[in-house]
Design a protein around this ligand. Structure first.
Ligand SMILES: *Cc1c(COP(=O)(O)O)cnc(C)c1O
Length: 458
C-alpha cells in the first residue's frame, strides 16, 4: 500500500456532505444537461471539481480575518499582505486582484495585440481564454514527455527549450509581447518545472528581450517538488526555493485560491515601473483601488497568512503524499492516470481508459458523468470539451493530444477514507468500461465552452 502521511491538523469544525440515491443522481445530472458545472453542489458527495478556492482555512487565517482593516486606501491589511508577498515573490510592484483571471485580464488587456503569440509550457484555460479574447494566440511548448501519460519523468512540466528558441525565431520577437511559464503545469497534469528549466526559460526570453511572467498559482507545490527531486535543493526551504524561482522572472500572475489557501484572492506582480502605472490605472477601473484590488481587507489578511502556511514543510509533505496515495492506489487497480502524480490533482487518462469512445464523442465527459452517477463524485473534463477549438485559420476542429478527467483535491478538506472511497468507485467503473457511451455537444458558447455547454448521450 502507498504511504499515507497523517494530516498535520485536527478538525475543529465539520461540514456535512451526503450521497443522494442513484435515481436522484441520474435525474440531477440530466437536469444539468450533463454538465457537472451546472449541478447543485449539495447533490455532490465528493467534490473534486477544483482545488481553487475550495480549501479549508486554518484557525490562524480565520483569526487574521477578524483583524481585517476595511479602509479604502492604505489599509493595514494591505501592508501585512505586502510584507509577505515582497518576501516570497520579491517583485518591485504588485496589485491584489480578486482572483487569477483578473490578473490575466489586466495583463493581456495591456500587452496583447490581435495576432500576437504568447508562448508558455502550457497555458491554463483562463489564460488561453484571456489571450484569445484579445485576438492573441496562446502557444504551448511543454516537453514532449508531457503528452505521454504513463511516462515517469521528474519534471514533466518543463518547457522544451529548443522548441521555444525556434518558435521565437520563426515567429519573430516583434510578434511576441511577453513569454510565460506555468508552475506547476495544471493543464498538463499538475507536473512541476525544475529550477534549471525556469532559469533556462528566463535566459532565453531575456536573450530576445522578452519580459518573462510566471503563472504562479501552485508555486509552493512546485518549490517542494524541486526540494524533493532536484539536486542541490534538499537542504533549502520551500521559501528559499520560491525566492530563487521568482528571481528569474519579471512578473507573475497568481490565483491565491490555490497556494494562498484562501477562498478568494490573487495578484499581479511586475518589476517594470511603466507597466505598473498602467496596471494600476486598469485595476482602478476594473477591480478597485490598488491597495485592495476587488477584495475586502479581511481577504488580504487571510492571503497573507495562507501564503506562509502553504510553504510549511509539514503541510507540503502531507499535501504531496495525499495526492500520490490516491494516484498510486488507482495505478494498482489498473486505472490509467498521468504519471507520476502531481501535487494538486490526479488526471485520469480517459483516452486509454475508454478506447472505444473516439475523441469526437468526448471520452472525458463520458467518464466524469459516470463517476457522478456511480458514486456522487464530481471531477472535471480537461480534454476535447475544455481544450478542443476551431482553428481560426483553417476552420478545422482541433482535438487536444490528451483527453483527461481531473480530480483536483481541495487543500486540507478530505481524509484518507474519502480517497479510498474514490478508488472503490473508479474500480467499479473499471470493471466494465464498455458500458460507458459517448456524448455530443448540443449548445456551446464561443470561448471556454466547458463551463456552460450542454450535452446529450449518444
Ligand atoms: C486557477 C488557475 C488560473 C486562474 O485563476 P482563477 O483564480 O481561477 O481565476 C490560472 N492559471 C492556472 C495555472 C490556474 O490553475
Amino acid at each position: 500500500m502507498p504511504k499515507y502521511v497523517p494530516e498535520p491538523f485536527k478538525i475543529k469544525m465539520v461540514e456535512p456532505i451526503r450521497l443522494i440515491s442513484p435515481e436522484k443522481r441520474e435525474a440531477a445530472i440530466k437536469k444539468a444537461n450533463y454538465n457537472l458545472f451546472a449541478m447543485k453542489a449539495e447533490d455532490i458527495f465528493i467534490d473534486f471539481m477544483t482545488d481553487s478556492g475550495t480549501s479549508a482555512m486554518s484557525n490562524h487565517q480565520w483569526s487574521a480575518m477578524m483583524m481585517g482593516d476595511e479602509s479604502y486606501a492604505g489599509a493595514r491589511s494591505w501592508f501585512r499582505l505586502k510584507e509577505v508577498v515582497d518576501e516570497i515573490f520579491g517583485f518591485k510592484h504588485f496589485v491584489p486582484t480578486h482572483q487569477g483571471r483578473a490578473a490575466e485580464n489586466i495583463l493581456t488587456n495591456l500587452l496583447v495585440q490581435p495576432g500576437e503569440y504568447i508562448p508558455s509550457n502550457m497555458h491554463f484555460d483562463t489564460t488561453e481564454g484571456n489571450i484569445r479574447a484579445r485576438g492573441g494566440r496562446p502557444k504551448n511548448l511543454v516537453r514532449k514527455e508531457a503528452y505521454n501519460p504513463s511516462e515517469r519523468v521528474d519534471f514533466k512540466g518543463n518547457m522544451d527549450i529548443e522548441k521555444l528558441c525556434s518558435f521565437i525565431e520563426n515567429t519573430g520577437v516583434e510578434n511576441i509581447p511577453f513569454g510565460m511559464l506555468t508552475i506547476t503545469n495544471n493543464a498538463g497534469g499538475g507536473q512541476p518545472v525544475s529550477m534549471q528549466n525556469i532559469k533556462a526559460v528566463s535566459e532565453l526570453y531575456h536573450e530576445f528581450g522578452l519580459p518573462f511572467f510566471i503563472d504562479a498559482c501552485r508555486f509552493a507545490e512546485n518549490a517542494y517538488f524541486i526540494k524533493l527531486r532536484e539536486p542541490g535543493y534538499a537542504d533549502k526551504s520551500p521559501l528559499e526555493i520560491s525566492q530563487e524561482m521568482f528571481s528569474y522572472a519579471d512578473g507573475a500572475t497568481m490565483s491565491a485560491k490555490k497556494d494562498g489557501i484562501v477562498n478568494i484572492g490573487g495578484f499581479l506582480a511586475m518589476n517594470d515601473d511603466t507597466l505598473f502605472q498602467n496596471v494600476r490605472n486598469e485595476l482602478i477601473i476594473r477591480e478597485g483601488f490598488y491597495t485592495y484590488g476587488g477584495l475586502a481587507g479581511r481577504d488580504l489578511e487571510a492571503m497573507a497568512v495562507g501564503f506562509k502556511e502553504a510553504l510549511e514543510v509539514s503541510y507540503l509533505d502531507y499535501r504531496l503524499a495525499q495526492t500520490a496515495y490516491l494516484g498510486e492506489r488507482l495505478i494498482e487497480k489498473g486505472i490509467p492516470i498521468i504519471e507520476p502524480p502531481g501535487a494538486h490533482a490526479i488526471y485520469i487518462d480517459a483516452k486509454s481508459f475508454l478506447p472505444h469512445i473516439p475523441q469526437a464523442e468526448l471520452p472525458g465527459q463520458s467518464l466524469s458523468i459516470a463517476m457522478y452517477k456511480q458514486g456522487g463524485i464530481r471531477a472535471v473534463e480537461l480534454g476535447t470539451v475544455a481544450f478542443g477549438y476551431t482553428d481560426p485559420d483553417s476552420g478545422e476542429e482541433i482535438f487536444p493530444e490528451l483527453d483527461m478527467v481531473r480530480m483536483a483535491i481541495p487543500r486540507r478538506v478530505y481524509t484518507q477514507s474519502h480517497m479510498d472511497y474514490v478508488v472503490d468507485v473508479l474500480t467499479e467503473i473499471a470493471e466494465n468500461p464498455q458500458a460507458l457511451k459517448g456524448y455530443k455537444i448540443t449548445y456551446q458558447p464561443p470561448l471556454m465552452r466547458h463551463f456552460t455547454a450542454h450535452f446529450e448521450p449518444l
